[in-house]
Design a protein around this ligand. Structure first.
Ligand code: F6P
Length: 274
């Protein structure tokens, strides 16, 4: 089950560029998988246990393609929150617990779910440091070196005064352990970058693909532990949302994403961990 791999940052080898555009020296970096320490614990997960994962509904910042922040949901985001509440409340899941981040948009998204809720800063969105509140276009125009450095190595790139994806993986380790040790059914409402980390952990996926893993908005991800494997499927809602800039370009080639405004149905696309 445990792969125990470590990877070499391909971007470093290929273009001989440092992680951060501002530094000059070349660092050949071997990236250890931060999840290995948990894989080695071989948690015994309860057969049939389900963990639901959801991004927050569309936020005001999403509309403007802004990074980070702590903005409210839009009207469409609120619609998703209601739909999520309806779905979860009518699913009749006993002992459901809801975990959100400390940010307003995840708490607003979980508001209609009738279950005990806990908020954890460990699942707050990636800290974009100096670029919190910028649009991707602004970063590209004002800090082209930083923009390029992230494009070259999105996994290791650390925002100035902020975090990298690797930092996020490390930050969520206590929550992942808590998730593994608890026996209840869970709904975790979090953020794009953090859910990329959680899904990659659950699938024991390739770290290099983590920063571009598709986590569509207004779509519930259901993870069920069955016959020794995590089965993942996607439950979409017909509520439209905006994905712009880099996010949009990543999603455009997604096999998972339904066309905008498509009808609500379960997507038949399932994955299992390798
Ligand atoms: O949906 C927007 C967002 O959650 C930002 O707040 C965050 O910085 C970003 O997604 C993470 O995605 P990426 O690493 O692709 O920029």
């Amino acid at each position: 089950m445990c792969r125990g791999f470590g990877i070499v940052c391909e971007a470093h080898k290929k273009v001989l560029e440092p992680c951060r555009g501002a530094t000059k020296e070349f660092i050949k970096m071997k990236v250890e998988n931060p999840f290995n320490e948990l894989y080695l614990k071989h948690f015994d997960i309860v057969e049939g246990r389900t963990i639901y994962l959801s991004r927050h509904g569309e936020s005001e910042y999403n509309l403007e393609d802004r990074i980070g922040g702590d903005s409210n949901l839009t009207a469409r985001g609120q619609q998703y929150a209601k739909a999520l509440g309806l779905y979860m409340n009518s699913s009749g899941i006993a002992d459901l617990k809801v975990w959100t981040s400390n940010l307003v948009r995840t708490q607003q998204t979980a508001a209609y779910v009738s279950a005990p809720k806990e908020a954890y800063a460990e699942i707050d969105e990636i800290n974009a440091g100096q670029f919190d509140g910028y649009t991707y276009e602004e970063v590209e125009a004002m800090y082209p070196q930083e923009f390029e450095a992230r494009a070259q190595d999105k996994l290791c790139y650390r925002y100035p005064k902020g975090e990298s994806y690797i930092d996020c993986c490390k930050r969520i380790l206590p929550i992942l352990e808590k998730m593994e040790r608890s026996t209840e059914h869970l709904l975790i409402v979090a953020h794009q970058a953090i859910l990329r980390c959680i899904v990659t952990y659950l699938l024991q996926g390739d770290l290099r693909k983590l920063p571009t893993t598709k986590i569509p908005q207004h779509c519930l991800i259901r993870v069920t532990w069955l016959n020794g494997e995590n089965i993942i499927d996607y439950i979409r809602t017909p509520i439209d949302h905006s994905e712009q800039g880099i996010v949009k370009s990543v999603l455009e080639d997604s096999a998972v994403l339904p066309p905008k405004g498509a009808s609500s149905e379960k997507i038949g696309d399932s994955q299992t961990k390798s």
